[in-house]
Write a protein that binds this ligand. Sequence first.
Ligand code: ADP
Length: 481
Amino acid sequence: MKRNHIAGEWVDGRTAADNINPSDTRDVVGLYARADAEQAAEAIAAAHAAQPRWAASTPQQRFDALDAVGSELLARRAELGDLLAREEGKTLAEAVGEVVRAGQIFKFFAGETLRTGGELLPSTRPGLSVEITREPVGVVGIITPWNFPIAIPAWKIAPALAHGNAVVFKPAENVPASAWALAEILSRAHLPAGTFNLVMGRGRDVGEALLNDARVSAVTFTGSEATGRKVAQACIGRRGPMARFQLEMGGKNPLVVLDDADLEVAVNCAINGAFFSTGQRCTASSRLIVTDAIHDRFVAAMVERMKALVVGDARDARTSIGPVVDAGQLQQDTDYIDIGRREGARLAFGGEKRETVDGKPGFYLQPALFVDTHNGMRINREEIFGPVASVIRVRDAEEALATANDTEFGLSSGVCTTSLKLASHFKRHLQAGMVMVNAPTAGVDPHVPFGGRKGSSHGPREQGRHAAEFYTTVKTTYVAP
Ligand code: ADP
């Protein structure tokens, strides 16, 4: 059994659960510990005790630790990518890419330990000077979802540690293997015992324990909007000082295809953005907003490309789309396909569930493309989180822009056009944290800010230099001679 890591020790959970391969449900990836709230509290106590020592470490010590973790992730990309594909179901190429991303993030934040500085300003009052410095927040609770089982933990753990915080990390229940592998690497990085803790377990046990404990100063969460709201309420409503919180939640990301778009570029962006990683990305393009004159050509080209997508075992080299992560998510996807049909949308391609591929029982779903949809339909308002996309036909660029922005979400967005003027107009007016011009809405760099607006996000951006906004607290010091 793979155990939790608390106060520098590997400890049994209160219970344990099997980790199942979604490409072949007969395959058990491993048995993983599950903690309860009491065990989560032990991890919080350990982090709380260890944090001052880590905060007092030199930038070089932090650099060495994070750099070593990054190097090991990069060196083991094939093995860890295989494990990730086996437990989560994205293709091997996508999974290896995700491990590389995690390694790059640790390398970036290793560098940040040496670059972070303060400011020295003259005071408005005679004789004084003002120093602005950044200090660690304290203990950071990290709650992650299943869709990026190693990259999302990396982009929270690496900046938390780089900036001198201690960490209690709770991964999603259904993808403990990548989290455990990352924790095992971190356990050998010479951090003071208790600086990094892994507590596998359920949201309502371990997750809530993190939210309600006043020794946790900050909580960073990525997951569903419904749970994000609970996290915010708990962080504000708990006894003692409120916790700082950062939420990354859903998306209903538009990809706008304008009349003058390069058709091949637009179709590549849409296929990648809507269906790669089985559509299970918060940045997925779920609304394809297409102007009149290119609409029919776009739909025909999409259907042709979708016929060539091979749905199968994530670790089979022929596969282009892996299975859905689990039975619950598959049910949600097929429920939304039924909802779309009842709302009057027409399936131009896909949407069939398959019980087996090559004799392997798994959660397989043929990517689905709806046409004849409008932006008021539930399939265009609510996040499905599967390989299901809708085409929304619009008259012109202005209607496309208005439709793109008519959503409660605002994470990513895209436009395909060959016009500099239209590209500039959309760059300026798309209401989203990220805008992609002739590029898929999903797929981001590791060294620049990630995050959204409206219902998609709350709090400072993640990644890059901007991560310091969340993982540090600013101190202003006035000095008289
Ligand atoms: P999904 O629907 O993708 O599983 P969730 O938002 O439910 O998304 O899960 C994201 C993360 O939040 C997971 O690690 C999950 O265990 C955790 N979680 C779920 N419910 C709670 C809760 N009440 N308090 C804290 N964390 C929770």
